[in-house]
Write a protein that binds this ligand. Structure first.
Ligand code: ADP
Length: 491
């Protein structure tokens, strides 16, 4: 089976969040199960710097009138996964990460930049034989990949099956309706049954509406997004596609996130020698400028600073952590107001709170390894990876019962086989209670150690998820080799 991924970020090239981790790890897991996966990604400067074995460029013409688009096959360093780079220096070689300009705002031509990615995907699906590789499935991701299924379905005729994965509904790729032509969509697509969303154009809606199958990144979130609370206005169209929507929990890359072998932490350890974790705690306290105190319960956060992630709730729970002699180490960036409030708290309570503003992959490993508990109090969380990393590192997570958090953490207060602390409502009082329970248990070392060991035993390997994706692909390849205008027809 041949699968073409179309995605806007991929570890280790560029990563701004979980999407990058998934695009880095899922293809490897699929390959291990015999799937021939290639990943199509924009040739950002960071990608061009790191790609290996790059073959000559092949022109795809100028399909959007925004300049010539070229593709070249290369490989990911390390994993060796084949990648097709979409080359357009004017669109992608900007050296400021995949989405934002130097002013921290979305690039004004993001619709063209990611339409070009999807257009290249559709052309490769058409021109497979020219490039010597014919996809059976186009698997697109998030709004940036949403137009791929639309281009193929609207063109009609023979085409690969299409699967679109929603990693975060909060980003819907919304642009003025006047840009329809610039992204190469026909007028007929601009309707309630097409790409229209409140009189604008939504790339995410294109994916939802035109892909043969939809997935999101946890079973709970698949149910949630059909409700008003979590659907961002797409709940109706999603509910209409319920029979073709599946939640598949993300895995984690067990080679990169493994406390037994992790070269980015102070001291490696595993479930049998958890005592060594203390060296990471001391190193983390030192790095963050917190008092080196092995007894203080140390909580960690690695996150985008947004309301989605409940960073405001973390601020609300600070007094509780401080009054109980605890510490908080925060790594992240984002919303300026949340950033300011966290920085101010660190200034006011230097013995208890420390914040590192920025994106720091190595430091994120040390936070996972060095903390006692890990906070993920998200308002909504399609899957969430940091709580899974925390479990693997024996750092019990404290999470809200939503999306993938609900599907990956078992509440220890209700059941003996619990792996962390789960609270219900997105309220400071509820997080306070969970943090207090965590500190209470932390002060009973035998029980805490047992909790850590149970957490570390959880299996979040990608293999199971990859098998689930293969079963979705198979629904399309086994019975419907030809599809016309999004409907199945027999050969
Ligand atoms: P989301 O994709 O919504 O941001 P996830 O939990 O799915 O959330 O994935 C976030 C990923 O980004 C994790 O790998 C996490 O470790 C990483 N990450 C987030 N913020 C930072 C940061 N400031 N520095 C390093 N890694 C970060």
């Amino acid at each position: 089976m041949k699968v073409l991924f179309a995605v806007s970020e991929m570890f280790p090239f560029v990563k701004t969040g979980g999407l990058g981790d998934v695009a880095g790890a899922l293809p490897v897991a699929l390959q291990n199960l015999g799937v021939d996966v290639r990943v199509l990604i924009p040739a950002y400067s960071e990608v061009l710097d790191k790609v290996v074995d790059l073959a000559p460029w092949v022109s795809l013409g100028d399909p959007l009138g925004a300049g010539e688009i070229r593709v070249a096959l290369g490989r990911v360093p390390g994993s060796g996964v084949p990648v097709w780079l979409v080359g357009s220096p004017a669109l992608y070689e900007r050296k400021t990460g995949p989405y934002l300009g130097p002013d921290g705002k979305d690039w004004p031509d993001n619709h063209v930049r990611f339409a070009a990615l999807s257009r290249a995907a559709a052309i490769i699906c058409d021109a497979g034989t020219v490039l010597g590789w014919q996809a059976d499935i186009l698997h697109s991701h998030d709004w940036q990949g949403g137009l791929g299924p639309a281009y193929l379905a609207l063109r009609g005729g023979r085409r690969p099956g299409t699967v679109h994965t929603i990693h975060n509904m909060a980003f819907a790729g919304i642009f003025p309706a006047t840009e329809l032509g610039a992204v190469g969509l026909p007028l007929e697509a601009f309707s309630i049954n097409g790409v229209e969303y409140h009189e604008k154009l939504s790339f995410l809606k294109a994916g939802i509406r035109y892909a043969d199958r939809l997935t999101t990144v946890s079973p709970t979130h698949a149910r949630e997004i059909m409700s008003k609370e979590f659907g961002f206005g797409f709940e109706g169209v999603l509910a209409s596609r319920e029979g073709h929507l599946k939640g598949i929990l993300n895995g984690i890359d067990g080679d990169i996130w493994n406390p037994r072998t992790d070269a980015l932490i102070e001291q490696t350890y595993d479930a049998r020698n958890l005592g060594k974790k203390a060296l990471n705690k001391a190193a983390l306290q030192k790095t963050f400028g917190l008092p080196i105190n092995p007894k203080a319960p140390l909580f960690g956060v690695v996150s985008r600073f947004t309301i989605q992630k409940g960073i405001d709730l973390v601020l609300e729970t600070l007094p509780r952590i401080i009054e109980q002699g605890g510490q908080l180490a925060v790594l992240g960036s984002g919303d300026a107001e949340l950033e300011d409030k966290l920085t101010k708290a660190a200034k006011d309570f230097p013995a208890h709170v420390a914040v590192r503003v920025g994106y720091d992959e190595p430091l994120s490993h040390l936070v996972q390894a060095g903390c006692d508990g890990f906070l993920v109090p998200s308002r909504f969380e399609p899957c969430g990876l940091t709580q899974m990393y925390a479990l693997r590192y024996g750092t019990p997570p404290i999470v809200r019962r939503t999306g993938g958090l609900a599907d990956s953490v078992i509440d220890v207060s209700n059941v003996a086989d619990g792996t962390g602390f789960v609270f219900e409502a997105a309220k400071g009082t509820e997080l306070n209670r969970a943090v207090t329970n965590a500190i209470k248990l932390y002060r009973r070392p035998g029980e805490w150690r047992a909790l850590q060991r149970r957490a570390m035993k959880q299996d979040f390997s990608w293999e199971k998820s990859a098998r689930d994706y293969i079963s979705v692909y198979s629904e399309l390849t086994d019975s419907a080799p030809i599809r016309a205008r999004g409907r199945r027809t027999k050969r």
